[in-house]
Design a protein around this ligand. Structure first.
Ligand code: GKR
Ligand code: MG
Length: 433
């Protein structure tokens, strides 16, 4: 294959709105549709690679100049993506908001935005390169060390339907607003996908109610790994009380308190391991967090960290410091699940099941959905990511994005969705409890 064949000749960006159920988190409620950006990279050799990332305007603003600058470069120039990312100007009004609602990942910086955009292009380039070379993405990352990747059931408190008057897709999961509802949802997850490990998104109800839900899960699924993640909604003292109450059944507590200093205080006073996808989301945040012993598990998200190769670098740093690594997820489609599975397949010592929102996404842009069997996704050995775009589906979800009736949903805003139920709702101050 000549190097000319590796040259990128076209890049297509397609923002879409994807159906999302009425899931609750500490900031509010999921809107009926969530924005994602689908990236296609085409090479002179005829390969097309696909990537996926956040789709709100602040990401699209960066993705457009990035896409234009990519044409003419080699699809194999993955390190060059970061130089390119650095050269893309970030609008100052897009950064330093108090909390990024979509990612729940702390203060938003220009670097974080750039990395989240670069990650989508990196995945698309790896997919195209794999197609060109006839190799799966995991091989381009050094090769898989396992044939399947385990995921956890991602349990959410939720309503059966979106608020009255809000148009959205319906599903058959029902409501889960108390311990019995959470256990029923967990049973459905095991029946449908075979998950054996469970994470409950907390920070929604006062801690006693969430403790009761975890206790109910422990009784219904004795010995199964359980996690609770309130997204930093608790004070240090509340975090310690919950840790004391649930220490015998929790695999780990995820982001009980907000920020490294608070997490370090909690970690110093409990034996329950702490995981994060909020206080360690960049390499720059690692030294303080590790020096203070603030976290025992870093939940990587290749969108945050700038792609699959950075995820492996993160895993190496964590391994060096005896910190475990697993994976975080936000609302995403099958392209991202495939990318997560390829990289997770190459990470040694992956001891915790990865998170994925994918079961909550009834829609996808692929010809074939990825499947969970026994809670695992099989690692594809087909060239690239091993997925194929369904152009009709992509076009339909893009039409929804274009539709002026849905214009307000082009930005994810969980607080706005919650106001449809509670007009007084504002993003709560943390700690809430
Ligand atoms: O989708 O509601 C949600 C989650 O709360 C998500 O925004 C978080 O980023 O799942 C995430 C987490 O583990 O913190
Ligand atoms: Mg989390």
């Amino acid at each position: 294959m000549s190097t000319a064949a590796h040259t990128i000749t076209d890049v297509r960006l397609t923002p879409v709105l994807v159906a999302d159920p009425p899931l609750l988190n500490t900031q509010g409620l999921h809107q009926p549709y969530t924005p994602r950006l689908i990236i296609e990279v085409e090479t002179a050799g005829g390969a097309t690679g696909v990537g996926e990332t956040y789709g709100d305007a602040k990401y699209l603003d960066l993705a457009r100049p990035f896409a234009a600058a990519l044409v003419g470069r080699a699809v194999s120039d993955l390190n060059g993506l970061f130089t390119l990312a650095d050269s893309v100007t970030v609008d100052a009004t897009r950064v330093d908001t108090a909390v990024d609602v979509g990612g729940l990942r702390g203060v938003q910086t220009a670097d974080k935005l750039r990395l989240s955009v670069a990650s989508g292009f990196e995945v698309a380039c790896l997919d195209a390169l794999g197609e060109t070379l006839g190799l799966p993405v995991h091989a381009l990352l050094g090769g898989k060390v396992r044939d399947s990747v385990e995921y956890s059931a991602y349990l959410f408190y939720r309503h059966a339907e979106h608020p009255p008057g809000v148009a959205g897709e319906r599903d058959d999961w029902g409501a889960a607003l108390d311990p019995a509802g959470v256990v029923a949802q967990a049973r459905l997850f095991t029946e449908r996908y075979g998950f054996t490990s469970f994470k409950l998104k907390g920070g929604v109800f006062p801690p006693d109610q969430e403790i009761a839900a975890i206790r109910a899960l422990a009784a219904a699924f004795p010995g199964h790994p359980l996690r609770l993640d309130p997204n930093g909604a608790w004070s240090v003292e509340t975090s310690l009380e919950v840790a004391a109450e649930l220490g015998d059944v929790l695999e780990y507590l995820e982001d009980p308190a907000l920020g490294t200093p608070a997490m370090a205080e909690v970690a110093a006073r409990t034996k329950v391991p702490l995981a994060t996808n909020m206080c360690v989301t960049t390499f720059a945040e690692i030294p303080e967090a590790f020096a203070k012993g603030a976290v025992q598990v870093v939940l990587s998200d290749h969108h945050y960290w700038g792609g699959l190769r950075n995820t492996r670098e993160l895993a190496a740093v964590c391994r060096t410091f005896g910190v475990a690594v697993s994976m975080h997820s936000n609302t995403h489609l099958g392209i991202s699940l495939a990318a997560m599975t390829h990289v997770a397949a190459t990470v040694p010592d992956l001891r915790h099941a990865c998170d994925s929102h994918y079961p909550w996404q009834s829609e996808d842009v692929l010809t074939e959905r990825l499947r969970f069997e026994g809670g695992h996704v099989t690692v594809s050995d087909a060239p690239g990511l091993g997925v194929e775009l369904d152009r009709d589906r992509l076009a339909a979800l893009h039409r929804r994005w274009l539709d002026e009736d849905h214009a307000a949903l082009r930005e994810r805003d969980d607080a706005a969705a919650m106001r449809r139920l509670d007009p007084e709702w504002t993003t709560p101050l943390v700690p809430r409890w």
